[in-house]
Design a protein around this ligand. Structure first.
Ligand code: F3S
Length: 391
């Protein structure tokens, strides 16, 4: 991969250890994937923030980067952490974990990374169509590429951090127009009635597609929140970083075609739904809720009470929460909690006594049984709220 004289200096360690490590990561990846050069990025989004997922070894590495004067050169944001400091008692987080989590966030902040602690950084600052990014967090990557028209590979935590420090990313994969084209048409013949069903479509197709890039045809005026669920799920069971979509009735150029029927969606919903009398937790907000989703939940719980034996968590970013005081008030008046900075998947549910959850997120229903060791059930939002509320 070609390096400019300034990049050579970074690579050789003339600007310090932190930049040298970052350059070594980027060059290794660039060479591996056949990149010709590094290209500037408009922003980086860093995963690997939750202490639950990264543990102690990562803290030592971050410490070294800070000591080595690592400071980001691209606008950068952080993914969720392992708890919400406003609900720390309820979440039963031990002091030692609190300290370690706070240290991780502080170290990233010392490098200049904004502690937005959300997987939906695009609600805070929407990247421009056509801008190159270096984002980790698969749900944000697929949203950026498919819905916002930005260009980012599916970075891991270390490569996104390296790009943040250097302000550049290797030019390969989805940064090239020819690699963004659809390779298969997915003709959706099913009626998708709810975000959970968009998610089920994502899980179903992710398993089939592998790295193929789908063009979904036949979707019925999907909303951004529905496409968010589709993308998050597609990127969970599969590896694609981008999808395309077409409205019903539009013609599609010749591509290999896969059909999705109602029974495929129903079967996937069933597979992701463990049978349970009543969940310990109803979790809405994977990926973190938009303002509109908060409003919808607020209207559904208005005047109702959450059952004593069920927790209702609605997860969002602190930024969206600050724009939605009225809806937060309605949800909390019902006994639900609007949780920020974290989510059910990246915290310790079992330690909170949660053994089963119901969610409208196919991504959570897909991961929670293995990552959290809880039973999970995927259900439409209305059914989730019914399970959470009395009467
Ligand atoms: Fe976000 Fe947690 Fe889901 S980080 S995408 S809410 S698993």
């Amino acid at each position: 991969m070609y390096l400019t004289p300034d990049e050579e200096k970074l690579y050789d360690g003339e600007m310090g250890w932190a930049y040298q490590v970052a350059m070594r990561i980027l060059v290794k990846l660039g060479d591996l994937y056949g990149a010709d050069r590094l290209i500037p990025v408009g922003s980086a989004h860093i995963s690997g923030v939750s202490y639950k997922t990264i543990g102690d070894a990562a803290i030592d590495f971050l410490n070294e980067l800070v000591k080595g004067d690592g400071r980001v050169r691209a606008s950068s944001t952080m993914n969720p952490s392992s708890f919400d400091p406003d609900h720390v008692m309820e979440m039963g987080i031990p002091d030692e974990v609190k300290e370690k989590q706070s240290l991780i966030i502080k170290l990233y902040e010392m490098m200049g990374i904004k502690p937005v602690l959300t997987c939906t950084p695009y609600y805070i600052e929407r990247p421009k169509a056509g801008s190159h990014l270096a984002w980790a967090e698969s749900s944000a990557v697929i949203y950026a590429n498919s819905i916002l028209g930005a260009w980012t590979n599916r970075e891991g935590g270390p490569s996104a951090l390296a790009s943040a420090l250097i302000g550049k990313t290797p030019n390969h994969g989805i940064h090239k127009a020819e690699n963004r084209q659809p390779t298969v048409e997915v003709k959706v013949e099913a009626e998708l009635g709810d975000m959970a069903e968009y998610g089920a479509l994502g899980i179903y197709m992710g398993r089939i597609l592998g790295e193929d890039i789908p063009l979904f045809s036949g979707l019925q005026d999907p909303e951004e929140d529905e496409l968010k669920q589709l993308g998050a799920a597609l990127a969970s069971s599969g590896m694609t970083p981008i999808f395309h979509y077409n409205q019903r009735g539009k013609t599609v150029k010749e591509l290999e075609r896969v059909k999705v029927e109602q029974r495929d969606i129903e079967k996937t919903m069933e597979e992701l739904s463990a049978s349970m009398d009543r969940p310990d937790l109803v979790f809405i907000g994977c990926p973190h809720c938009s303002l509109k989703e908060l409003e919808t939940v607020a209207r559904m719980v208005k005047g109702r009470k959450v059952r004593d034996d069920v927790k209702l968590w609605v997860c969002t970013s602190r930024y969206i929460r600050s724009k939605a005081e009225k809806y937060v008030g309605m949800i909390e008046a019902s006994g639900g909690r609007v949780i920020c900075d974290t989510c059910a998947v990246v915290t310790w549910l079992r330690d909170m006594g949660v053994e089963s959850l119901m969610t409208n997120s196919a991504k959570t229903a897909y991961y929670a049984p293995t990552l959290n060791r809880v039973e999970a059930s995927l259900a439409p939002l209305r059914k989730c709220i019914e399970a959470a509320c009395r009467g």
